[in-house]
Design a protein around this ligand. Sequence first.
Ligand SMILES: C[S@@+](CC[C@H](N)C(=O)[O-])C[C@H]1O[C@@H](n2cnc3c(N)ncnc32)[C@H](O)[C@@H]1O
Ligand code: SF4
Ligand code: SF4
Length: 356
Amino acid sequence: MNYPVKNFIKCLISNFILKKPVPLFISLEVTRRCNAKCPFCGYWKLREPELSVKEIKVILDEAYDLGCSIAVITGGEPLLRRDLSSILDYAKEIGLGVILLSNGYLLKDRVHDFYGYVDAVNVSIDFPDSRHDKNRGLNGLLERAVSGIKLLRALNVATNINCVVTGQHSLEDVRKILFLAKELDSQFTFSPIFITPHQYPHGSILGETLAKDEKVMKVNNWNIVKSVADMLLYYKTHGFRKTIQNSGAYLKLVRDKAAFTCFPFSFQFAVSSNGTVSAVCPASLFGSHNLGNALKQSLKDIWYSKKAEILRDKFKSCKLSESLGCYLFCVAEPSLPFTDPTSIIDHIRRGLEALR
Ligand SMILES: C[S@@+](CC[C@H](N)C(=O)[O-])C[C@H]1O[C@@H](n2cnc3c(N)ncnc32)[C@H](O)[C@@H]1O
Ligand code: SF4
Ligand code: SF4
């Protein structure tokens, strides 16, 4: 990964020494359209306007100036945008590290358009067999996701397989995906499913889940998450340190369904497909997380606004991890360094291992 080193160091000094929030990541939704129909995600039901490439370029410039080191390009399904490569190319050109999130269906058709502009691609694989296609409502998805990863690895692009663990999973399902990741020379993360509670529906980064899907997918017995976390902790010290990206601190936190102090708007922020800026949080428990719109205000004004400061403080008292199992790896993991520096050591060790 090509980090903008100056931004990265500034971010660490500002957050941990000067105690002034500077973001590491911008999570940019380039579309909310999707070709899949995942039961735990609300995006495929939405129809929302999309930012133009010109607007996105301004947002990426502002994100870099604000101090971001990495652009996480997400959706919806980003590969549905025909102009995606111009967006990725621009993010790379201005010096940002670029991580693309995809369900993998279109990778094999599109990879040659953009592989030179990304540092890593995160591909979702939840089940090791036909349940993956069935669950996500897209025939051939698993096979296409795996061939996409093979192509990316052949082109020397780093990949990560993210597995969302639901109430339908067995330990063996997750083990098979972990072994698949290793076989493909990919990295692996797991995240327990989080279902946005109906009393906090607005502004979620995941949208709403239908009641019928919630019934099937919800983790009613935390033992499955606990055993997955224990298994990953074991494999981390038994041949999979390079593969498993979840830190030991994260795995222990999730296993124990423990309390943690959440920082969903200190290392990162989300820009939705219509320019709305919000915390990377799947429940609007403190009222709207909508902090402004990047088309109307500068990211700097939004990031340092009074409302942002107040919300940052309120998030610290959120209890939805223990009560509802909110441990999305993309939120909990970047929150941990603020309270547990060992998670940073874990990432550095894994990075060094990957370089060998
Ligand atoms: C919103 S998706 C966007 C990228 C792409 N469409 C995909 O599915 O990989 C980003 C990640 O969030 C995960 N995700 C979606 N809904 C989730 C939920 N309710 N709980 C946990 N993770 C979820 C997806 O599996 C995916 O890895
Ligand atoms: S998780 Fe990704 S693939 Fe599934 S519906 Fe949501 S955006 Fe689409
Ligand atoms: S634990 Fe964090 S991400 Fe989850 S609902 Fe609370 S503030 Fe949001």
